[in-house]
Design a binder for this molecule. Structure first.
Ligand code: DGJ
Length: 720
């Protein structure tokens, strides 16, 4: 619900348990007055009296009792006396980057507007949320900023983006155009972020914030393995289950910044949006630029509470289409089983064995097109390698067995050894006069160009129309360097990175519109583009090329900070670190599937896999619709990790514990969370009965059943 109190000129955006309050100050300054637990409406006036005092600070001569230097600014601009990190900086035709925004008007309406060309949260029904648009204007340049906020009524989420329009008479350049800023009157926070690299994505990092700047960004052209566009500010001492936590996530797949700055008054500003360092956007009179959307979550129930809000929100308001609700097929992927070394018969043998195990879809990974027998050629030549494959025979056979069929693409890339490159060498991302760098023997295809998109999409469309393909894995295996496009004039070169991302979004949008039954899975050398932008197009994303179940724990726990289980691509592979049971128990947390040669399995392994397939079906709804509780996180404990899924009605729970390393002396009483304390639960298999209260407050002993390095065990609880 959103209200505006005319008397005190204050907006209040309420979600079920949170409030976000803004005030219009004399002079038209828009202030960020409060974000946190839900407040009543009656005494909001008190919030605007809390400005710190300022000396040495510039003020508007008409409003000298106020300085942007110390005020909590809602959308801070550059050069007007606020010296902290700003959200907007516009270089006017006069060459100055001083930018000033003052309130003009506002409107409120039910529902949520779309962001043209950009991924965003959505509401199926206008009753699910309400939107506030606050229009601000820079009197000199005429730049208008419409700050667009949506407050959801079924989850504690506020989405925000900004529409910037040039209402002046001369072209200006946006040098910073961020999506959001939150100013909090405290520095008692830890900053939590997810760092990583290839095969080690989304590792948890927590550090106390300090005065000055701190934060994360990507300049790699994609959100990247290295930092996820997510950050949390956790009240000092907040834990998984207690304390106040703010979560921030940018719905974007390109260069981003998430920066926190603590000033001399110990107030903390956090801004997020497109990274300004390689950005510049010309805005001619009448033109509009729309920022990506930022998602804000507040929880008073610790990190776990924050994560569950993100999970519900993304399950309901981000993931779309048929596969949002329809059961997704359990797949086997050819990559770790065969790499580039396959032909029709080998894949048929995978499908036959997989079917015996109950697997529902065969995915043919990299290596089916052009002349691709290794990673040195053919990206861009998206036609079937008929020397290697009879694709019609393969798909017909796979379908005749009742399995679905999927295929791999890497549409935004081009190999120097490809027909496409030989025909169009200027179609790769490059800067004239500089040799483009190579990574994994490939260049990046310039999908900022409409003609390039038309070509690559045309090639994909031809294959997908010709063959009945049920699933596409969309990969992206390098970072961008020498970023430039032959079509962009010099003064627009700063637009390249964002135009590239918009090009990718357009391609994925066309794909899922033209083939609505297709299941799309994004991937980027594992989980290098695991972000909410990608989730808008594909309901699942391959989480990492690292399928070692112990290493996966850190990756999956980290990913779960804001992404739901249903989105997290997780497979059982031939990795020998643990047995199949642990591999299956860990992969069960995610989308679940296999990445191995099913011809190589022992009889015992086949039996275990059949049991896992049954478990996958049995727990499908619980894992996808239930609430996740991180019971013991690998960043808190070197020996054991544990998590559970609890159904929304608390009648069912699945608890999993993994022994990472043996620890001789202790039995551990694992305290469960999220159960009904008054209910009695029966343990499947043993028939033991425990109260929810006992399970949560005294705990349950599970380590005995997972004693050695790499062991795991599960507890399935059903309420009577
Ligand atoms: C990287 C992906 O993460 C892998 O799963 C696989 O698809 C390879 N690329 C293929 O080149």
């Amino acid at each position: 619900m959103i209200t505006y109190n005319e008397q005190i000129r204050t907006f209040k955006l309420d979600t079920p348990r949170t409030s976000y309050v803004m005030g219009i100050r004399d002079g038209g300054f828009l202030l960020n007055l409060y974000y946190g637990r839900r407040l009543p409406d009656d005494d909001l006036w008190a919030l605007s009296n809390r400005l710190p005092s300022a000396s040495f600070s510039p003020s508007d001569p008409d409003y000298t009792d106020f300085s942007t230097d110390v005020a909590p600014m809602e959308y801070p601009t550059n050069g007007r006396g606020d010296f902290r990190v700003s959200a907007l900086s516009v270089r006017g035709a006069d060459g100055s980057s001083v930018t000033d925004l003052r309130y003009v008007s506002h409107r409120m309406f039910r529902g949520k507007p779309d962001l043209p060309g950009l991924p965003h949260l959505y509401a199926d029904d206008d009753s699910e949320c309400e939107t506030l648009e606050v229009t601000m204007r820079d009197p000199l340049t005429g730049v208008e900023a419409v700050l667009v906020y949506t407050a959801f009524e079924d989850c504690d989420v506020i989405a925000k983006h900004v529409r910037l329009t040039n209402r002046g008479g001369r072209t200006v350049k946006l040098e910073r155009a961020l999506s959001s800023c939150v100013d909090l009157p405290s520095m008692d926070f830890d900053l939590i972020t997810l760092w990583g690299r290839h095969a080690k994505e989304r590792q948890f990092e927590r550090r106390p914030i300090a005065r000055g700047l701190q934060g994360i960004r990507s300049k790699r052209g994609s959100s990247s393995h290295n930092h996820n566009p997510f950050a949390a500010l956790a009240q000092t001492g907040a834990t998984e289950t207690t304390g106040e936590v703010y979560g921030f996530n940018l719905v974007y797949s390109g260069n981003f910044t998430l920066t926190a700055e603590v000033d001399h008054n110990a107030s903390t500003r956090i801004v997020m949006g497109i990274d300004p360092s390689d950005f510049g956007w010309l805005l001619a009179p009448g033109e509009t630029f729309v920022t990506p959307e930022a998602v804000h979550v507040f929880s008073a129930d610790g990190l776990g509470g924050m994560s569950r809000v993100f999970h519900r929100c993304y399950g309901e308001h981000l993931i779309r289409g048929r596969w949002k609700t329809e059961k997704r097929p359990l797949l086997i992927n050819s990559w770790e089983a065969a790499y580039f070394d396959f032909d029709t018969d080998k894949l048929i043998s995978f499908a036959e064995r997989a079917r015996e195990l109950g697997i529902e879809m065969l995915v043919m990974d990299d290596g089916w097109f052009g002349k691709r027998d290794n990673d040195r050629s053919s990206l861009g030549d998206w036609f079937v390698n008929e020397k290697k494959l009879d694709l019609s025979r393969l798909i017909d056979y796979v379908h005749s067995m009742g399995l679905k069929f999927g295929i791999w693409y890497e549409p935004e890339m081009i190999s120097p050894d490809s027909d496409l490159y030989r025909a169009h060498p200027d179609w790769c991302v490059h800067v004239a006069g500089r040799t483009p760098s190579i990574a994994r023997h490939q260049y990046v295809l310039d999908v900022s160009r409409p003609d390039v998109r038309e070509n690559v999409y045309g090639q994909m469309r031809e294959v997908l129309c010709r063959y009945p393909i049920d699933y596409v894995k969309w990969d992206f295996n390098r970072n961008l360097s020498e970023a430039g496009s032959a079509l962009l004039p010099a003064e627009r070169s700063g637009e390249f990175f964002h135009r590239f991302v918009l090009g990718t979004y357009e391609l994925q949008d066309r794909l899922i519109r033209d083939f609505p039954a297709l299941l799309l899975e994004n991937c980027s050398g594992g989980g290098g583009r695991f972000d909410p932008g990608m989730l808008y197009y594909s309901p699942q994303i391959w989480a990492s090329d690292n399928t070692d179940p112990i290493e996966r724990l850190n990756i999956q726990f980290g990913t779960s900070l804001c992404y739901p289980a249903s989105s997290m691509g997780a497979h059982v592979s031939p990795c020998r670190r643990t047995g199949y049971r642990t591999k299956g128990d860990v992969a069960l947390w995610g989308t679940f599937g296999y990445e191995l040669d099913p011809n190589d399995l022992s009889e015992e392994e086949r039996e275990i896999i059949k049991e896992q397939v049954a478990e996958y079906h049995g727990y499908y709804e619980l894992i996808r619709r239930g609430d996740l509780y991180r019971l013991i996180c690998p960043w808190d404990n070197d020996f054991v990790s544990a998590w559970s899924f609890v159904s929304e009605d608390k009648r069912e729970a699945l608890v999993t514990l993994v022994r990472m390393r043996r620890q001789e002396e202790t039995l551990l009483h694992l305290k469960l969370q999220g159960l009904d304390p008054d209910a009695f639960y029966t343990v499947e298999g043993t028939g033991e009965r425990y109260s929810g209260a006992l399970l949560m407050y005294a705990g349950v002993e599970m380590t005995g059943a997972a004693w050695d390095d790499g062991d795991s065990c599960k507890l399935h609880l059903i309420a009577e």
